[in-house]
Design a protein around this ligand. Sequence first.
Ligand SMILES: C[S@@+](CC[C@H](N)C(=O)[O-])C[C@H]1O[C@@H](n2cnc3c(N)ncnc32)[C@H](O)[C@@H]1O
Length: 287
Amino acid sequence: MWGPCALYSKVQCNENGGKKMSAKTILTTHRDVDFDPETFISTYYSSVAGHEEDGDLIKFFLDGLSDAFKSGTIVGAQILDIGTGPIPHTAFCAAPWFEEITLSDFSQKNLDFLQKWKNGEINHMDPILNYLVQVDKSSSTVEKRQDELKRKIKNIVKCDVTQPNPVVSTPVDGVVFDAITSSLCLESASVTLDDYEKSVQNLSGLLKPGGHLVLVGVLEETFYRVGDFRFKCAYIRKDQLQDIWEKEGFEILSLKDFNDTCSSHKAGNDFSDFQNAFVMVAKKREY
Ligand SMILES: C[S@@+](CC[C@H](N)C(=O)[O-])C[C@H]1O[C@@H](n2cnc3c(N)ncnc32)[C@H](O)[C@@H]1O
């Protein structure tokens, strides 16, 4: 699964499974290195087209998130987004349906970036939000929806999904949420499938029985790159993903598959080696 470079965390290397990388990169984990939020945004979210070698990946994610929420069946008082990074687009889709939103991430750099955005010091999401308002067929404007999102975000807190109690910051410590969203976090917070399953258990402890999960992720990926860093990811196949969530007490309501709708990405490039991607809606069983 891993090339020779994987043996050496934080070791400079220039190979990826025999394919030459265009620049020297350092293989690491989120536990060791925080990515630069601006580099992450400019690499993956500067437009709906996303990264040039990923095909319509960002569009697929945005369409899936919009579809999950616009039916109005996922509603409640409190929602948590896990691993928000510097971009709260998942929360943007959820905001009309919830009273209070909590954003969370492992990286203080990302939490500071989100706080600056909430304070109006950064405006980095216009292309993504314009697209979401369009696909939501929203009668509202981007400005109004973004103001609503900012108003409903009550907490931006530290989270470590690998821990049994992932969010310990006051006032969120002990809260069990009506719904949880998470995009591209669980696989990058884990290195092994076992780590991934433990993170699923930890996440589940934060969700009410009967509560909804909207999960965005990639499949069969071992790394993704931000600037000079390649972040290790837990390699997970679609059947393993389904097995883990079902085993951990979730009913999968829908699972959209990127390769079923788009096939234009170049599987395996300098920036990531994902083979497929998904948007999943699931419900935590009540028993
Ligand atoms: C690929 S980025 C995804 C960011 C954003 N949600 C998106 O969809 O683009 C992965 C995010 O997970 C966060 N992360 C990594 N390990 C984590 C952990 N143990 N607990 C919570 N968040 C973590 C990283 O800091 C990073 O912001």
